[in-house]
Design a protein around this ligand. Structure first.
Ligand SMILES: *Cc1c(COP(=O)(O)O)cnc(C)c1O
Length: 234
């Protein structure tokens, strides 16, 4: 397989992220890119590793299982960004370096128990539902304060910030409102003493708006790897 498009796509995405930072009056070093490799196989990920990428987002734990074996020599940090069932906690505790889709207490409990057995900790972001679509996962915004307070009892879970998916809309104002809400929730939580430096928001189609609203990390799949087969689409 020829993976030469990856280098050009990666350079283009990095350039567009830098441009969005400048347009927003932000320093490009404040915004990192999480390449989302879901549905692309280990050979493609290996080609991305050759470009210097070492963190990859996946929305299914099964895909991390499938790819982590053949890529064991690559030193990859796997980041879970998709809805997570508690029965996957064991694999997550073994294989993932981070979970960005923590959205409920029974999942926190399950991860904590498995992490204790593994003797390790995990960086987590709390996924908040800012979009109106029924299909989007995430904690209800009103529940965030008490959720953050309760998470403090799990010393294996290192809470670093918040994550969201914006509404799919033709209207940029609607999309931007989702990102702004996440930032406002973060600011309010920080005012209450939580330390939440990271905001993971923005994807291939909407990352400039997310950067304008304070994203510290954008999750980019198709703009780097190309179109996904329909079966893998979210
Ligand atoms: C697939 C996915 C992305 C990346 O989407 P693209 O539009 O391909 O950039 C980002 N975040 C989550 C949670 C995803 O599932």
């Amino acid at each position: 397989m020829d993976h030469s498009h990856l280098a050009a796509n990666w350079a283009d995405v990095r350039h567009r992220v830098d441009e969005a930072c400048r347009a927003a009056g932000r320093d490009p070093s404040e915004v990192s890119i999480l390449p989302v490799s879901k549905t692309f196989d280990a050979a493609v990920v290996r080609a991305a590793v050759a470009l210097g990428l070492h963190r990859f987002g996946e929305n299914k734990v099964q895909e991390i299982r499938d790819k982590s074996g053949p890529l064991a020599d690559c030193g990859i940090s796997w980041v879970v960004i998709g809805h997570l069932q508690t029965n996957k906690a064991k694999d997550v505790a073994r294989l993932a370096s981070e979970v960005q889709s923590l959205d409920r207490m029974d999942l926190a409990e399950a991860l904590h128990r498995r992490l204790q057995l593994e003797g390790r900790g995990l960086d987590v972001l709390v996924q908040v539902k800012t979009a109106s679509e029924e299909s989007k996962h995430g904690l209800a915004p009103v529940e965030l304060p008490s959720f953050l307070d309760e998470l403090a009892r799990y010393d294996t879970l290192h809470v670093r910030g918040l994550m969201t998916l914006a509404t799919q809309s033709e209207d940029p104002a609607e999309v931007r409102a989702c990102f702004r809400q996440l930032r406002d929730l973060r600011d309010a939580a920080q005012a209450r003493g939580h330390v939440l430096p990271r905001l993971s928001m923005g994807m291939s189609g909407d990352f400039p708006l997310a950067i304008a609203e304070g994203a510290t990390e954008v999750r980019i799949g198709s703009a780097i790897f190309g179109r996904r087969a329909a079966a893998g689409a979210v």
